[in-house]
Design a protein around this ligand. Sequence first.
Ligand SMILES: [Zn+2]
Length: 385
Amino acid sequence: MISAHALELAQTLVRMNTVSHHSNLELIHFIRDHLAKLGVKSRLTFNADKTKANLFATLGEGKSAGVILSGHTDTVPWDGQDWTMDPLSALVKEGNLYGRGSADMKAFIGIAVSHAEQFLNSEAPFAIHLAFSYDEEVGCFGVKELIADLRDASIKPLACIVGEPTSMIPAIAHKGVYRYKCCVRGKEAHSSLTPHSVNAIEMAARVVGRVRDMAEDFEKNEPRFEGFDVPFSTSSVGQFHGGIADNVVPRDAEFRYEFRDLPTANAAQMQSEVVAYAKSLEPAMKKVAPAAGFEFETICEIPSFLGSKDDPVTRLAQELSGEKGTTLVAFGTEAGLFKNAGISTVVCGPGSIQQAHQPDEYVSLEQLGRCEAFMQGLARTRTLG
Ligand SMILES: [Zn+2]
């Protein structure tokens, strides 16, 4: 069972509205002040307009490199969802804590913070770091700033536990999520005069076709990564807009697409292939209209994550959670970014992704109790690996 203190902290965080397009400063300041009372200084890194911040704090300053407990503070919105309660109520009912962000992933953050004093007083030779980010749900933007700040300050943590909801089973891999927007500029004309025009929709459609061909190629030819629901990389066009009337050759079209690449694949290469194909269409377009062409914009780039069963941090997470196995997850997290920064990483946190982003999101108190036991075990841990 979870302690009253830890549950209360988790509830306090759920009650703060930190939907990604809002400021998260209320929550960040709350945690900063909570840690300050224990004599712990927090490093804050802000977004460009200073409305959102990451928080990084070290419990056990002066000890050797330690373990990061990582969580994102933002949540997805609930507009149009059918909730039977106020999403900010943090209601405890029938063995569950309800609310937006309860599973994804404020309970983990609350329980981590509620153990700050134990981490501080721990006799472990390594420190515990808290790393709480903004704008994870919209593309892992905040944590990139946080990791850059650690690099600039020469802070080199040894390991990282990302507390996304995995039902407390250590997860050692997920795919990447790479999203792009492509704007096509053509040249309009009366539709009876097509040779004097560049049809933006038709040019866009050729590139869309290429994205589809790539998807079929992944399915047919890519070496499988067993354990994922879909054991190969995928690509998909999610939106397409263009055209104003039946008798006007469209000047503009735009579409958005994504790659979800296996940890063993290379999303950058996939995107280069699409761009190169689009560029190969441009000379013919420019002959009719010099301004015609393609422009690509990155929406988000969340790298895939590949840890290992043999990483000390995976074994530590197994020990602390009492789980013998490991799992793979279908969703993107900040884990790949920590891993790519040279920090061995595992994903392990309370609750299930099934309840995340859903109406009446919840996490069970049983899961929260297991997460608390995990934190207490971490405070008692003496060696890493
Ligand atoms: Zn999450």
